[in-house]
Design a protein around this ligand. Structure first.
Ligand code: EPZ
Length: 433
């Protein structure tokens, strides 16, 4: 068990390099199953969710060669099975992409019900199932597995209207349709940068997908995807998290290797809070010297303010002058972390989807828990900004999505370190002894 130990109250200064996008990588790696050949994927983030995705592919029979820390070559020419390991697949939400990819390539898939971050609410996959069914698959849930099959062995293109704008369903249906017979149209599609990235990856392997990034995506099924080389986009949320950290602690940081357009909404909200953001070609210079100002934020599908930045911006607003309102517009419940911020002195009331954030002068260090990935990022930001000492547990969630967070923050002058904590049994043993 690892915990992060933080001595807060130090402004951040320097430069930080943003890694490849987690939510693109965890879709593009499973999408390699559609490719009958070698695909080289660059700018892969070194995070535990990626390690799991690669392990799952290996278990299915993929040949994976690590070229360097951020590049792998995946060869799915000789897949042995379309049934994923229960133990591996249930650990990660993105394992649902294996259904679209396996079904698209082999006409069948058996995948453990996906796990992943649990922020308290339900995470349904009915829209994924709606899409697969429209393409001619029969989908059932049995013994903890989702089983999808086709009679003809190949899906048939169809029109799918999504009842909710879903990132996962959009990507999954796109994967399934890439090798289907005929044309597929996805309407009311999600428009996140990682959707465009997946379409670009598939197109670079020989797919014919148009309109990704708009709400109508058209896919002309092809017979085969062959190999190629592709580099994953930078992580919008990782970049936003470092921007929020500078907002909370003060200081000046150059956030490098980003696509400024992807950051527009986050930048605009932070500017409203009194943070200065200067855009250059593929960097943002983020500076905060004066007091933070209140702002109202509502999370929405892209190009709106991302839900995956909601805990981080709420932490910033907890330190702003005045009363801010945060509204969660994507998930039914994503405020579990607020109790932890309250332990540090934050004044936040949550009423269903809205948090009323009464800014306080400062937070005070405390023992706090990361309940999920982005809540964990918020805990790190709060601890960096707080007066005094904090210890963060549950950091395995943070390491699912943030490459080298300790090293990157230390390079910016933060006083943060990872410490091994004895397992509960060892603690019990010690006290008994
Ligand atoms: C992806 O989850 C991300 N995960 C999440 O990021 C992110 O919060 C979310 O998109 C929204 O941007 C991955 O990419 C692995 P959705 P996903 O389908 O695809 C409802 C992080 O921190 N819905 O866009 O599972 C759903 O309940 C993670 O990096 C249905 O009703 O999200 C939610 O209210 C956490 N039926 C809304 O749609 C469905 O079949 C959006 O969900 C699917 C979704």
């Amino acid at each position: 068990m690892t915990k992060y130990v933080v001595q807060g109250g130090k402004p951040l200064f320097g430069e930080v390099e943003i890694s490849g996008a987690k939510n693109a990588a965890v879709a593009i790696i499973p999408a390699a199953l559609l490719v009958d050949g070698v695909c080289r994927i660059e700018n892969i983030p070194q995070i535990s969710d990626v390690t799991l995705c690669l392990k799952i592919l290996e278990q299915l029979g993929a040949n994976i060669r690590s070229i360097n820390h951020h590049t792998v070559e995946i060869d799915c020419s000789h897949i042995r099975t379309t049934r994923t390991s229960y133990e591996l697949a249930r650990k990660i939400r993105a394992s649902y992409y294996l259904i679209g990819a396996l079904l698209g390539r082999f006409g069948q898939a058996e995948v453990a019900m996906p796990g992943g971050c649990n922020f308290g609410g339900v995470r349904p996959i009915d829209q994924h199932v709606k899409g697969f069914s429209a393409l001619g698959a029969k989908v059932i849930v049995e013994g903890g597995f989702i089983r999808a099959t086709t009679e003809a062995g190949r899906l048939k293109g169809a029109s799918v209207y999504l009842d909710v704008v879903s990132v996962g369903a959009t990507m999954n249906i796109m994967m399934a349709a890439a090798l289907a017979e005929g044309n597929t149209v996805i309407e009311n599609a999600a428009k996140e940068p990682h959707i465009v990235d997946l379409a670009n990856f598939l197109n670079s392997m020989g797919a014919n997908i148009r309109g990704a990034g708009t709400d109508t995506i058209k896919i002309r099924g092809v017979d085969r995807l062959t190999g190629g080389s592709y580099a994953i986009i930078p992580d919008q949320i990782e970049a936003g998290t470092y921007m929020a950290a500078v907002a909370a602690t003060g200081g000046q940081v150059l956030v490098k290797n980003i696509i400024p357009k992807h950051m527009d909404c986050i930048t605009a909200n932070l500017q409203e809070c009194g943070v200065e953001v200067e855009e250059r070609e593929d960097t943002l210079l983020v500076r905060r010297s004066g007091p933070l100002q209140k702002a109202n934020v509502k999370t929405m599908p892209y190009p709106g303010f991302p839900t995956d930045m909601q805990p981080q911006i709420t932490t910033v607003l907890a330190l702003a002058q005045g009363t801010s309102l945060v509204t969660e517009g994507v998930w039914s419940n994503r405020y579990r972390y607020v109790d932890e911020l309250r332990r540090m002195g934050a004044n936040i009331q949550v009423d269903e989807k809205t948090a009323v954030v009464e800014g306080v002068d400062h937070l005070t260090g405390a023992p706090i828990q990361a309940y999920d990935l982005r809540a964990g990022a918020a805990m790190v930001i709060a601890a960096l900004a707080a007066h005094g000492h904090s210890e963060i547990t549950g950091v395995q969630y943070i390491e699912r999505g943030y490459e080298g967070i300790i090293e990157k923050l230390r390079a910016l002058g933060a006083d943060i370190r990872a410490e091994e904590e004895p397992e509960e049994d060892e603690v019990r043993g010690a006290s008994a002894g």
